[in-house]
Design a binder for this molecule. Structure first.
Ligand SMILES: C[S@@+](CC[C@H](N)C(=O)[O-])C[C@H]1O[C@@H](n2cnc3c(N)ncnc32)[C@H](O)[C@@H]1O
Length: 126
């Protein structure tokens, strides 16, 4: 069994962490813990990707489309993203909705939620 530090190092070397953990545990499917571990090791990667102008462009278009779908269905007062990650999608969607829409998100990965909070603060959102 690898320690978290060893797993981080393996992730940085490009190892497929979910495959490794499944193999270690003799499983054919991911468990919640395996998904949580793999996503946690990647914490910060979505915010870091927003340094790339191409990603920012892609995200702008993508979140605009999501907002269009939402607005075609209702005029939301609140919005909840399940598996919000680092909120890089949520923040984009909010830019296309009324400023008074209240937003919520949850995620398996606490590390990613921590990045999400900081990202939303940087975007002037709570
Ligand atoms: C592919 S990422 C997408 C993150 C975000 N929705 C976005 O668009 O940037 C999927 C996220 O879902 C989370 N997740 C996966 N299964 C989950 C579950 N059962 N409950 C809560 N979060 C979950 C992961 O931790 C990860 O942050």
């Amino acid at each position: 069994m690898n320690t978290p530090r060893q797993l981080k190092s393996l992730y940085q070397q490009g190892t497929n962490i979910t495959a490794l953990l499944r193999e270690e545990q003799g499983l054919h499917q991911n468990t919640q813990k395996i998904i949580e571990t793999a996503y946690d090791l990647q914490a910060g990667s979505y915010v870091a990707a927003m340094e790339d102008p191409n990603t920012v462009d892609y995200k702008r278009n993508y979140t605009s489309e999501i907002a269009k779908v939402i607005l075609s269905l209702c005029e939301p007062k609140t919005i909840l993203e399940a598996g919000v990650g680092e909120a890089t999608t949520l923040s984009g969607v909010l830019q296309h909705l009324n400023a008074d829409v209240r937003s919520f998100g949850f995620d398996l990965s606490w590390s990613r939620i921590s990045y999400a909070r900081r990202w939303l603060q940087r975007q002037g959102k709570r």
